[in-house]
Design a protein around this ligand. Structure first.
Ligand SMILES: Nc1ncnc2c1ncn2[C@@H]1O[C@H](COP(=O)(O)OP(=O)(O)OP(=O)(O)O)[C@@H](O)[C@H]1O
Length: 312
């Protein structure tokens, strides 16, 4: 059964999943619009993988409703599996199997698979086809796992940290592939710890912490929620005394040396504020290098919402 065109590819409502006394997911709601990319962000242990695994049908929810392509993954797994692609965290291949054997094996399960040789070529794996899975590099294992997720021409793909451990070249290749999937109308739900990945790829970002959603929206919504959340940055010699600059700025604005020699003014950055900063620099005989005005980054928002403490 195909979902109504307007209905989300994934709809999760009030999801609860416990492991013993651990509430891994604790009343989580999200919706992935068909043909878009949703990025699930959160600190370690926030419940991202558990949520994805419930959506994939690999884990059973304790409470809540989950609909994936209009189906209940816990009940309708047989009908759902041929329509989705899954890239689990950490690859998930059989240690002794060769790269091409693994992809061909997965392809045999699909009704109308993509050509495995073409996919291996697209993912830069042609030179490694005869290498056993366990001897592939981490990045190659990830790319093979992505090939396995895509070979069945899925309508929806789940990518759990798809670029973890990849070099920048491979990461950009994967980003291009995700964009191409979206252009083809495929829906993508991915998890990531890379804020630039979420900003680059996602139409919608859901930030979770402690098994609940703490914020969601487009990357632009999340980073420009308040007009006052802007930053002016400049580089200058380390250790500048900032009291006079602080006093010259409008009330409520903050100024600090964020990193050695890297200064940050936070608040509503108006032309007057820029002028105040550059005048102060001129008075101090300081050349402000790399002066930029920007919104807060997604990482700033993420850290503000989830804190800076390491998770156990
Ligand atoms: N099979 C399991 N048995 C017991 N506890 C588990 C199991 N899987 C996950 N957990 C716990 O559930 C919580 C959520 O884990 P989950 O893997 O979903 O988080 P995550 O957001 O994907 O984390 P990460 O970013 O580290 O991958 C954590 O406290 C984790 O220790």
């Amino acid at each position: 059964m195909s979902p109504h065109p307007q209905s989300p590819a994934v709809e999760v409502s009030g999801l609860v999943k416990r492991y013993g006394s651990t509430h891994a997911v604790n009343g989580l709601d999200l919706a992935l619009r068909t043909g878009t990319v949703l990025a699930l962000l959160g600190p370690n242990g926030a419940g991202k993988t558990t949520t994805v695994e419930v959506c994939e049908g690999f884990r059973k929810a304790d409470a809540g409703t989950v609909r994936v392509l209009g189906l209940d993954p816990a009940r309708d797994g047989d009908r759902l599996r041929p329509r989705i692609g899954v890239m689990p965290q950490g690859g998930g291949g059989y240690p002794g199997i060769r790269a091409d054997e693994m992809l061909r094996l997965v392809a045999t399960c699909a009704a109308d698979p993509l050509d495995p040789d073409w996919l291996l070529d697209v993912l830069g794996l042609t030179g490694a086809v005869r290498t056993p899975y366990k001897r592939l590099s981490g990045g190659q294992q990830q790319r093979l796992s992505l090939a396995c997720a895509l070979v069945g021409r899925p309508e929806l793909v789940f990518l759990d940290e798809p670029t973890a451990g990849m070099d920048p070249q491979a990461r950009h290749l994967v980003w291009d592939l995700v964009c191409a999937l979206r252009d083809d109308g495929v829906s993508v739900l991915l998890t990531t710890h890379l804020m630039d990945e979420a900003e680059t790829l996602a139409d919608h970002v859901v930030i979770v912490d402690g098994g609940r959603v703490v914020a969601q929206g487009s990357p632009t919504d999340l980073t420009s929620h308040h007009a006052d959340d802007q930053q002016l940055r400049f580089r200058a010699r380390p250790g500048l005394e900032l009291t006079l600059l602080h006093d010259a700025l409008p009330e409520g604005m903050k100024v600090r040396e964020a990193n050695r020699g890297s200064y940050l003014v936070e608040g509503r950055i108006t032309p007057q504020v820029v002028s105040t900063v550059t005048s102060w620099c001129a008075q101090q005989g300081v050349l402000a290098e790399e002066l930029t005005v920007a919104k807060r980054s997604l990482e700033d928002v993420f850290l503000e919402l989830t804190g800076r403490e390491l998770r156990p």
